[in-house]
Design a protein around this ligand. Sequence first.
Ligand code: CS2
Length: 498
Amino acid sequence: MKTLNKENLKSLPSDVAVPTYDRSAVKASIVHVGIGGFHRAHQAFYADQLLEKGVARDCGICGVGLLEFDRKICDILTEQDGLYTLMTKELDGSVNARVIGSMVEVMFAPDNKQAVIEKMAHPETKIISLTITEGGYNLNEATGEFDFENESIKWDLAHPEDPKTIFGFLTQALLLRKNKGVQGCSIQSCDNIQGNGAIARQMLCSFIGEVDNELLEWVNKNVTFPNSMVDRITPATVPADIEMVYDKFKIKDRWPVVCESYIQWVVEDDFVSGRPAYEEVGVQFVEDVAPYEKMKLQLLNAGHSVLGMLGARHGYNSIDEAASDEDFSKFLRSYMDAEATPVLSGLEGMDLGAYKDSLMARFRNKYIRDQISRICLQSSAKMPKFILPTVKSQLEGSGNFQRAAFVIAAWCKYNEGADEKGNEYEIEDVISEELQAAARRTQDDPLAFLKIESVFGDLVHQRTFVDAYQSALEALNEFKIKECVKAINTKNTISWEK
Ligand code: CS2
């Protein structure tokens, strides 16, 4: 049995692929913040492929954990010399294992603030990429602007040399680059947000504008924020995955990653100081990423949220269970076809039918066992990006949002903290208290949940949506979710007689 580290790399069992390139010669031109499963299954995988193919030697990654929460992953990856096993699962259940070698440095920011700032400002760093979650951009959905009321942001404004948030770190790093005459760099968001680069720019520039106008001018001239659409379903690692790596591949890896074999990255080619030749390993570079982002967010991510909320209420634990349930899958397909697809645009030439079929197959992959709990966490940041844009467009168009309204009502019920069989679960959300309190208040005020402005903006004033939402909530209060879904599937509407 081998502990995973650089010494043992050459003596691992032969059914596990390992980096054959010289890791000690790899330069890290990318500093990546947020080294959870998704980054390690996606960008780090692409960089590893480039290194393995010998296309580049400078596309190594310095992985940074920004939050106290990241201490464990940073400790483990440091102990394992940045190495981890990626287990890719096909639709037929076959598994490919590869040790990924592209993360050549690991840093835990809370204990090494200055070192992280200097690394980001280093002339060899060309790209600072981010997976900081949808909520990490500090956007207030009600105002569409940067949220200066956030306590950590207030701290960073008052203590610029001792940052806690990504905005404080980036500001210090860019200031150092400017003061030292180092060239600009690209800040590349890899989160599931429409116009993720543009949002990263808008949020960071709002913060910088508050502290240093000269720096803001420098950033406008020297930093680019390419937009991109990222895709690979990566469930949270569970103890059974660690055991599997141990039993099947005889590797002691404390934090492997499991993902599907499907992978996609569509990127806007706007890198001010150059970029790795990712196109050599299948990344698509396009002029306008927006249509791809919309398609993915409004169909895949929204699809996850639909199955997640319906499945959670019913008492399913994984997405494949919910997607294999005929009633739920019919509901989802109709949501995609009748509500989301009509408001997508700019996708001429794209076979959306085939894309939706492939999504349904991916959701049903029972070997992935993606957790419903993972999908439902932080929904206050996800719903405004995945479901509400469809509702907003439908409100301006033909008004087909019955199923979306039902999903929002199911989310309200989800915040009661137990499924309809009475099994309790945790609500993991930065505003969980507010969500739960509002869900409780619906007994007296049916619209209490919809009144959460930071999530729904002014949706509560949209009469037609409110009617659909209220019918959905009444139905969910009265009947089991399967009965409601069956009724919607046949009648195509939420309104029914009690
Ligand atoms: C999921 C995503 O977080 C979510 O709700 O929809 O993590 C999804 O699995 C990825 O975006 C797939 O590319």
